[in-house]
Write a protein that binds this ligand. Structure first.
Ligand code: AMP
Ligand code: GLY
Length: 425
């Protein structure tokens, strides 16, 4: 088969690595890709926002399957257009991608189909939003409705912070994403990410992971796209996984199908495991980044037939095998991230980290020059360690990190702390 993968982050390097290992994959193209994906297939220069150009590429190369990594193209309807042109595409339709594209859409779906989530109100003007906050009290969570690159959530500890966030969003601080605001109850518990593969009617549980959203050690500082992750998440016991499937994922699939917008692709549930049970924080309609970098190394089965089964609606007859090993990834970011990262600094020693046993390196914002690898984004590299326990995986990941010579980069030194604490009893 000829496969086209869309995207250029660490998630896409992990996906390219898994796809290129499939005996079904004869040729893999990645658009636009990164220096890591170039080791798994052929990077192609394609404007992925130009769907006609993507379709023309599929025709020219006889592409059998398009796999879409990031949310941007999904929310823009790339799968609708590619499928309408007669190609197979893995990922949700534009209508189904609203599960990530609009927080208000998801909250209404939860209300309609009894899916446990935080209590909420939605507002299109600051006055009503402030009145609601005043009636609910703090702490409280203020969210921009639309996609805001991970910056659209303000955890307000006081009424003043809540009102300031409302002002910021309605005065255009987050662009169009803040034209509508969702205000939520602040839930208490442990967070986990859970992934399920969906074919419109059936959901196949994948695995769980735990992300580290804050930029600094001890979960301090601003939110980022994710500074590291591990899988599995110990809080997702088999019993909890069953509850998440029956109380959250399956009602969502049934609800989306009932509305005439069936969900196909990867459903990524951001969960809060509260004293009352699992509650949905939010949905994403794709693999997480960096979560994908710890899921793919644990997957023992071929991912390509799983993508095809999801496209074809036959996941009920499907099964995937997972390694019992833990995987942990540490993100190396350029200084300045999540603000404005410095670009162009030279990175050395990636080959030394890659040479370690039980260690993998996935590229994100890197650039390959004639002889040097340089930083070209905020999150730049992922160093993944594998081990029998999270503690062992963590030790190996940091051994890899310490072989990389990049003074202009930084990472958190405590990725996996919750699981390690648990393991140490
Ligand atoms: P989101 O972009 O919706 O995933 O929110 C980003 C982060 O904010 C989540 O990973 C949680 O840590 C936190 N968060 C969002 N909504 C809530 C909520 N209602 N209660 C507690 N924490 C929340
Ligand atoms: N790591 C969180 C995300 O991919 O949205």
């Amino acid at each position: 088969m000829k496969i086209l993968l869309i995207g250029s982050g660490g998630r896409e390097h992990a996906l390219a690595w898994a796809i290129s290992g499939s005996p079904l994959c004869d040729q893999l193209f990645i658009a636009p890709g990164n220096p890591g994906t170039a080791q798994c297939g052929e990077n192609v220069v394609l404007d992925i926002a130009d769907h006609a150009a993507v379709i023309a590429f599929c025709k020219l190369h006889g592409i059998d399957l398009v796999v879409v990594g990031p949310e941007g193209p999904l929310v823009a309807g790339i799968t609708d257009d590619v499928i309408a042109a007669g190609f197979k595409a893995f990922g949700p339709s534009k209508a189904a991608a609203q599960l990530e594209g609009s927080k208000a859409f998801t909250k209404e779906l939860c209300a309609e189909f009894d899916i446990p989530t935080a209590g909420f109100g939605r507002f299109d003007n600051a006055e009503a939003a402030k009145a609601y906050v005043a009636s609910q009290g703090a702490p409280i969570v203020i969210k921009a409705d639309g996609l805001a690159a991970g910056k659209g959530v303000v955890m307000a500890e006081t009424l003043e912070e809540a009102n300031a966030a409302i002002e910021m969003m309605f005065s255009g601080g987050l662009g169009a994403a803040g034209a509508e605001v969702v205000i939520e109850e602040w839930m208490i518990g442990e967070e986990a990410s859970f992934f399920a593969l969906c074919d419109g009617r059936h959901a196949l549980p994948l695995a769980s992971a735990q992300d580290h959203k804050r930029v600094g050690d001890g979960d301090t500082g601003p939110n980022t796209g994710g500074m590291g992750a591990y899988s599995p998440a110990p809080v997702m016991t088999p019993d909890m996984e069953r509850r998440v499937m029956t109380e959250i994922v399956e009602p969502t699939l049934a609800g989306m199908a009932k509305r005439g917008t069936p969900f196909k692709g990867v459903l990524f549930a951001g969960l809060m495991i509260t004293a009352q049970g699992p509650k949905l924080i939010e949905y994403n309609v794709r693999f997480g980044d960096p979560e994908c970098e710890v899921l793919m190394p644990r997957l023992k089965s071929d991912i390509v037939p799983a993508f095809l089964a999801a496209c074809d609606g036959v996941l009920d007859a499907f099964d995937l095998r997972w390694s019992d090993e833990a995987a942990l990834t540490v993100v190396l970011a350029a200084k300045g991230y999540p603000g404005t990262p410095e670009k162009g600094s030279v990175i050395r020693g990636v080959d030394k980290a890659e040479a370690l046993e039980h260690v993998l390196v996935f590229h994100a914002g890197t650039k390959q020059g004639a002889s040097e690898l340089t930083a070209n984004g905020g999150r730049v590299l992922n160093v993944v360690g594998l081990g029998r326990t999270v503690s062992e995986a963590q030790k190996r990941a940091y051994q890899g990190v310490d072989l990389i010579d990049w003074p202009e980069g930084f990472c958190r030194r405590d990725i996996g702390w919750q699981a390690v604490k648990r393991e140490q009893g």
